[in-house]
Write a protein that binds this ligand. Structure first.
Ligand SMILES: [Zn+2]
Length: 100
């Protein structure tokens, strides 16, 4: 585990740990939300800030980057369950079936 004790809302707003300046992260967030809409990419649950996470499809800890192609809107529930899995790993676990 990565000592991930932050509450979801802190994870929601904290900038990624890859050196991206805060303002660039905010701009990226806005663009991802504009592209994906205010609903979870994984389960379709409507969500809007602050109940809206930006997920790294390929986690930073696994070599993912903070770029549009690697980011998507996720609800707190999916983002929390997905953790640092890749989308393939996550889907293979069938966790998406647990979405309400
Ligand atoms: Zn979701």
């Amino acid at each position: 585990m990565s000592g991930d004790k932050k509450p979801w809302w802190a994870k929601c707003w904290v900038r990624p740990a890859d050196g991206l300046p805060s303002y660039e992260w905010q701009q990226l967030r806005k663009r991802v939300i504009a592209r994906d809409g205010e609903q979870c990419t994984y389960c379709g649950t409507p969500c809007s800030p602050p109940f809206l996470h930006i997920d790294h499809r390929f986690p930073l800890s696994r070599g993912g980057k903070s770029v549009m192609e690697n980011l998507c809107v996720a609800c707190p529930s999916c983002n929390g369950r997905k953790g640092n899995l890749t989308p393939d790993e996550w889907l293979n676990k069938g966790v998406q079936n647990a979405a309400h």
